[in-house]
Design a protein around this ligand. Structure first.
Ligand code: AMP
Ligand code: ZN
Length: 138
C-alpha cells in the first residue's frame, strides 16, 4: 500500500530499528515504547487487521513473535511479555497494517495492565453467558 508507513518500513523507504527480518516478517522497535524493547512484529505483505489477514501470514507472525519474545527475555532480562493487537480504530489501532506489539514486562514497571483490567470487569449472570456462547457458535 502506497501511503502505509509500515509498508514503507518494509521497503526500507522509511528508517526503522529493524532487528528481525525473514522472507515474510519484520520486527522493529516501536518509537513510542511502553517499556524498553517494545517491539512491533509486522507482515511484509499489507493486511489491515485480524479480519483480513491471511491465515498462513498470521501463523508466521505468531511464530516469529515467540522467537522475538524469547530473545527479548534473554537479552533484556525481562520476566514476561504482553502480546497485543489492536484491530479497528475503535480498538485503538492507529496504523492500519496488521501488527503485534510485544511489550516486555518487569516487576514494578508500573504498566499496571492487570489491575486496570480488573477495575473494568463487569458482572454478568451465567444465563447471559450461555446465550452468548450459543450465539457465537460457528
Ligand atoms: P497501534 O496504535 O496499535 O496501531 O500501534 C501503532 C504503533 O506504531 C504505535 O505504538 C506507534 O508508536 C508505532 N509507530 C508508528 N510509526 C512508527 C515508526 N515509524 N517506527 C516505529 N514505530 C512506529
Ligand atoms: Zn502496509
Amino acid at each position: 500500500m502506497q501511503d502505509c508507513i509500515f509498508c514503507k518500513i518494509v521497503k526500507k523507504e522509511l528508517p526503522a530499528f529493524i532487528f528481525y527480518e525473514d522472507e515474510f516478517v519484520i520486527g522493529f522497535l516501536d518509537i513510542n515504547p511502553l517499556t524498553e524493547g517494545h517491539t512491533l512484529v509486522v507482515p511484509k505483505a499489507h493486511y489491515e487487521s485480524i479480519f483480513d489477514i491471511d491465515e498462513e501470514a498470521l501463523q508466521k507472525i505468531i511464530s516469529v513473535s515467540q522467537k522475538i519474545s524469547k530473545r527479548i527475555k534473554e537479552a533484556l532480562r525481562v520476566e514476561g511479555v504482553n502480546l497485543i493487537n489492536a484491530s479497528g480504530v475503535v480498538a485503538g489501532q492507529s496504523v492500519p497494517h496488521f501488527h503485534f506489539h510485544i511489550i516486555p514486562r518487569k516487576a514494578g514497571d508500573e504498566i499496571n495492565l492487570a489491575s486496570w483490567w480488573r477495575s473494568k470487569v463487569k458482572e454478568v449472570d451465567k444465563e447471559k453467558l450461555k446465550e452468548l456462547a450459543e450465539k457465537l457458535k460457528t
